[in-house]
Write a protein that binds this ligand. Structure first.
Ligand code: HDE
Length: 711
């Protein structure tokens, strides 16, 4: 095919038909050429371009005889199919990605010479892949897990990969522990379960023996690990990096992504149910929002600091288990990221994209964070294994979009061999590329000296203070969720000593948290607090920036209202509701008792996107029930309809309804518990107020009375 495309470019062509050697060819959607059959269809060919006459039957002797080795078409087709899979990523196997652009707000030339940050308004193409860490490629989206947030910037001076997570700290301080961490987190090797979750002995055994992970434990047990969707997550570069300017001066930098629509997560019980109702919930969300033109957006923010700040800060800025609170060092927005195009092909782009922390352009450099330096080693190896050879940079998704030129050659699948005689330098033929001391990458000449040792610095030794700070910075519902998450996870741990060891760490973080979890786990005698490498410092100032609820958007924009409707629904009210929600730039989807839709009060046909069995309330941010009294008599008998409102209530969602829905609330067992989040839909004039009330997103105050997990 590729051969034909090349030849065709020099031939005469009409709009989408081309003639080569008297043969009519048809140009396909991707610009590729197809042979045309007698009846006008594109001709199916082998990979060698040979036209295929019969793709339904393999070649055999007689009608019932053996197959023949002459059948090169069969052999090629099955051979290719047999090799369709490549190894999945050892971590972050399940991912979803989109194209977009990064727009620089203002020149940062005073701190960095990175070309991408020189000109205000400049747009740089990007490819962004979100992922879960532990689950296999086919696992469900709402696993409690860290999310990867990997961004490839195709800059004018080479690709920059900012391979981050949605959590600003990590489990370990030294990359040498990474294989142990991941072995412990993934399914246990003898039984190959549990899949995509950390609620098992091996994970908590390792964690409880690794005090440096305690800050991360607070983060992963918080709602950050069950995000509402990728669009509502922050992202972090985690490590301290360096910006370097033209004068070779260095400024330390930490990177943050802030979602335009604010932060939002789901409830744990909701996450469990979403995994069943729509395992692709996050994928679908990204797909739908981009396809409908609601492009997700983040701001790139930086914390910039110098050596003096680093020397005076309470913690070592090279320790990836620590943050610098935003209240101490504010974040400065430097540009925006917009995702506006889905890949044409999942495998070619999302699966084959190769992120590598060591991909940095001139002006961006590394710090001595031992985790970062270990990563710089790892990512190249993993791509070789996964993509099968050193030429993975030739794949369109990985190739730079700026010109590139060197003498690398040959190897598996080489698509860009240097042309001409000279494939080395220096050479006296004056051919080929040469170094450029002025433009080329120069590593920051940091002074280093010391003995070769294997040790962990003293300055990395405080494992509990920031964990405590994180916990104390959470609102009461968020603290409750952390306690519930720890209880759930440890309840799945069979070895009692591991549970107790975790409680002994929690005692160093917050005594009430430790006692609550211990009580729920039925631990009779509290263990002693874990020995700490250094005593827990006095309380750090809480950081409200660490709370999702504090950082909530206070808007319903980008969210979804699910409206359960029946035959006889008040058409005017429904229309008014839709208009009010759409004014908030949010979506409305209808759920009907039967596939198709309902007939409204005025006789009009209203199409529904879901049937009640396929559209549970966990798929929506808030719900409404609009029915007719007659249809309600049947609806209350349906368990799925009762679950629809009972779940919405349990997940602290807003529920709007008209009077006809009262029997359903009664049957769902919530009629006596109505609160400020269960709202009788007013006449049309009040619908705008209802829509704006939804901006509060959840009624977390409802939760204590629900006695979830006997909290
Ligand atoms: Fe990764 N990580 N990682 N990681 N990581 C990989 O590279 C590794 C770490 C992160 O969407 C692998 O291409 C080591 C921290 C993301 O394709 C591998 C260590 C952070 C992705 C690897 C870490 C990350 C990866 C597996 C300890 C957040 C997915 C497949 C030092 C800052 C990128 C691959 C994508 C992927 C190694 C720790 C983020 C094996 C050794 C910390 C988002 O190279």
């Amino acid at each position: 095919m590729a051969k034909r495309t090349t030849r065709a470019s020099s031939s005469t062509s009409s709009t989408d038909n081309v003639t080569i050697h008297d043969q009519q060819l048809h140009r396909g959607a991707g610009g590729e050429l197809h042979q045309i059959a007698e009846d006008g269809h594109d001709v199916l060919t082998t990979s060698q371009g040979g036209p295929v006459a019969d793709d339904q039957n393999s070649l055999r002797v007689g009608a019932r005889g053996p197959l023949l080795v002459d059948d090169f078409h069969f052999r090629e087709k099955i051979f290719h199919f047999d090799h369709e899979r490549i190894p999945e990523r050892v971590v972050h196997a399940r991912g979803y990605a989109a194209h977009g652009f990064f727009e620089t707000y203002e020149s940062l030339s005073d701190v960095t010479r990175a070309d991408i940050f020189q000109r205000a308004g400049e747009k740089t193409p990007v490819f962004v892949r979100f992922s879960t860490v532990a689950g296999n490629k086919g696992s469900a989206d709402l696993a409690r897990d860290v999310r990867g947030f990997a961004v490839k910037f195709y800059t004018q001076e080479g690709n920059w990969d900012l391979v981050g997570n949605n959590i600003p700290v990590f489990f370990i301080q030294d990359a040498i522990k990474f294989p142990d961490l991941i072995h412990a987190a993934k399914q246990e090797p003898d039984r190959a379960f549990p899949q995509a979750q950390t609620a098992h002995d091996n994970f908590w055994d390792f964690i409880s023996l690794t005090p440096e992970s305690m800050n991360m434990v607070m983060w992963i047990m918080s709602d950050r690990t069950i995000p509402r969707s990728f669009r509502f997550m922050e992202g972090f570069g985690v490590h301290t990096f360096r910006f370097v300017n033209e004068k070779h001066e260095s400024t330390f930098v930490k990177f943050h992504w802030k979602p335009k629509l604010g932060l939002q997560s789901v409830a744990w019980n909701e996450a469990v149910k979403i995994n069943g109702a729509d395992p692709d919930f996050h994928r679908r969300d990204l797909w739908q929002s981009i396809q409908s033109g609601n492009f997700p957006e983040w701001e790139l923010c930086v914390q910039l600091f110098d050596q003096e700040f680093a020397d005076n800060f309470d913690f070592d800025v090279l320790d990836p288990t620590k943050i610098i609170p935003e209240e101490i060092l504010p974040v400065k927005p430097i540009g925006r990221l917009v995702l506006d195009r889905m890949p044409d092909n999942f495998f070619a782009e999302t699966e084959q994209v190769a992120f590598m922390t060591q991909n940095v352009p001139p002006g961006i450099d590394f710090s001595n964070d031992p985790l970062l330096q270990g990563r710089n080693f790892s990512y190249l190896d993993t791509q070789l294994k996964r993509l099968g050879g050193p030429n993975f940079t030739h794949l369109p998704i990985n190739a730079p979009k700026c010109p590139f030129h060197n003498f690398q050659q040959d190897g598996h699948m080489a698509m860009r061999n240097p042309v001409g005689r000279v494939n080395y330098q220096p050479n006296s033929f004056g051919e080929g590329p040469r170094e450029s001391p002025a433009r080329g990458y120069r590593h920051f000449p940091a002074e280093e000296n010391g003995q070769k040792v294997r040790l962990r610095p003293e300055s990395f030794a405080d494992h509990y203070s920031q964990a405590r700070q994180f916990f104390l910075s959470q609102t009461p519902p968020e603290q409750r969720h952390i306690a519930m998450a720890l209880t759930f996870e440890l309840s799945k741990v069979e070895t009692l000593a591991i549970r107790e060891r975790m409680i002994s760490h929690l005692l160093n973080i917050d005594e009430t948290l430790a006692t609550t979890v211990a009580q729920k786990l039925g631990i009779q005698t509290m263990p002693k607090a874990a020995d700490a490498a250094m005593p827990t410092r006095q309380d750090l100032e809480p950081s409200p920036a660490l709370s999702i609820v504090e950082r909530g958007p206070k808007r319903f924009e980008g969210r979804k209202l699910g409206v359960l409707v029946t035959d006889g629904v008040d058409a005017k009210l429904l229309k008014g509701l839709k208009t009010a929600i759409e004014k908030e730039k949010a979506l409305v989807e209808l759920i009907a008792p039967k596939v198709g839709g309902v007939t409204a009060s005025d006789g009009s046909w209203i199409e529904a996107q879901h049937m009640i069995d396929g559209g549970p309330s966990v798929l929506f941010d808030a719900v409404a029930v609009l029915a007719s009294p007659a249809a309600m008599e049947d609806l209350v008998k349906e368990a799925t309809a009762r679950d629809f409102v009972a779940d919405a209530f349990q997940h602290c969602k807003f529920i709007g309804y008209d009077e006809s829905a009262v029997p359903l609330l009664a049957k769902a067992g919530i009629a006596d518990d109505l609160d400020e989040g269960t709202i009788v839909l007013p006449g049309e004039e009040g619908l705008a107020a209802f829509a704006s009330e939804l901006g509060k997103l959840r009624v977390w105050g409802r939760e204590p009375a629900l006695k979830l997990g006997k909290a």
